[in-house]
Write a new protein. Structure first.
Length: 348
């Protein structure tokens, strides 16, 4: 029996430089994730700084993953790399590195879609996290609701029309003066607040909506962000913002979660599949996980990655690359990155 392929996964789509060595579907031999702290100074990711940081550390990050795995570059069977979507300069660092390594070693190159990789993250740790399932992918740049009958076959049910859920967390955290990244700090602050203290809209969510309507599954968080901003101005004018920050954070988080859960349940009812997979950076939010689990109730199954696997990481890229490699999908050395890379296998 042939040995399982040894795959290197490389992730540089935003502000994490990560590399992983994966044998087969779940034997993670080495994994390094290096986050860029410099962006905290600016309250968001600065693309040029992100690209330069990837350039400085990519060799060391890959070397660290190889050392942890106890292998050398020539031992690898496949090179997998995120080719999009993301920040184009950051993506090009990873794609160029992987192309050079594939050429130097004579090994195949597999390019990976960043959000598809998030679909595979939970599967690295949970063998049962296999299709069919409804998938809710929530990150800083994307909010997608998918029906996944099989790996490689994806039906887009809904997506954000403006701000992604993670982006809304970042922007509201900045409005509240809580810092960056917004997801973890909003969640921590919300624990001290009352989610019923402020009435905020549940965007694009109405009881009168019916299947087939454009907004039935879609998301929109820009208006919610504006509602928070208006409330902050009112509180500032009355000198009450400091006392109400935790309550406002809790109310905002509840509005986002209620919307995400309600839309996901619509997909569950339509597909008659009570198996839900949660992925992306916002999957680390415990309140979101608890809300989905409660909504699914007995007989439902919820799969989500650990916090380390929920963030952008090389392990999920390696797992996605392995799937495409096994399908015979090999990239040429003319492969490049695309900030708007289309989701593979996606049906609308």
């Amino acid at each position: 029996m042939a040995a399982a392929p040894l795959v290197l996964g490389l992730e540089t789509s935003c502000d994490e430089t990560s590399a992983a060595v994966l044998r087969g579907e779940r034997e993670l031999l080495g994994h390094v994730i290096l986050s860029q702290d410099v962006h905290k100074l600016y309250g968001g990711v600065v693309p040029e700084l992100a690209s330069r940081a990837h350039l400085r550390v990519v060799d060391d990050v890959v070397d660290g993953a190889l050392r942890e795995a106890g292998v050398e570059l020539r031992d690898l069977d496949v090179f997998g790399v995120t080719a999009g979507p993301g920040l184009i300069g950051a993506l090009l660092v990873g794609v160029t590195w992987a192309k050079a390594a594939a050429y130097a070693t004579g090994r195949p190159l597999v390019t990976v879609h960043h959000m598809e990789a998030h679909l595979f993250a939970a599967n690295l740790e949970l063998p049962a996290a296999e299709p069919p399932f409804v998938a809710l992918l929530v990150s800083g740049g994307h909010t997608l609701l998918l029906w996944v009958p099989a790996w490689g076959r994806y039906e887009l049910l809904g997506e954000t029309r403006d701000d992604a859920a993670g982006e809304a967390f970042d922007k509201v955290a900045k409005i509240l003066g809580l810092g960056y990244p917004g997801g973890p700090v909003i969640e921590r602050t919300a624990r001290e607040g009352d989610a019923r203290a402020h009435t905020l809209p549940r965007p694009m969510l109405a009881a009168a909506q019916r299947p087939g309507e454009d907004d039935y599954y879609d998301f929109s968080f820009s208006g919610l962000k504006t509602a928070v901003l208006n409330r902050v101005r009112e509180l500032e004018a009355g000198g009450r913002l400091t006392d109400e920050t935790a309550n406002l954070a809790a109310s905002f988080q509840a509005a986002v979660i209620d919307t995400l859960v309600a839309k996901t349940l619509r997909a569950v009812q339509a597909t008659r599949c009570r198996r839900v997979l949660l992925g992306g950076g916002v999957a680390a939010n415990r309140a979101l996980r608890d809300g989905l689990a409660a909504a699914l109730g007995n007989g439902g199954e919820l799969f989500f990655p650990t916090a380390r696997m929920a963030t952008d990481n090389g392990a999920m890229v390696a797992r996605a690359a392995l799937f495409h490699y096994q399908q015979g999908e090999i990239a040429g050395l003319d492969a490049t990155a695309r900030a708007d890379l289309a989701f593979p296998g996606l049906e609308r």
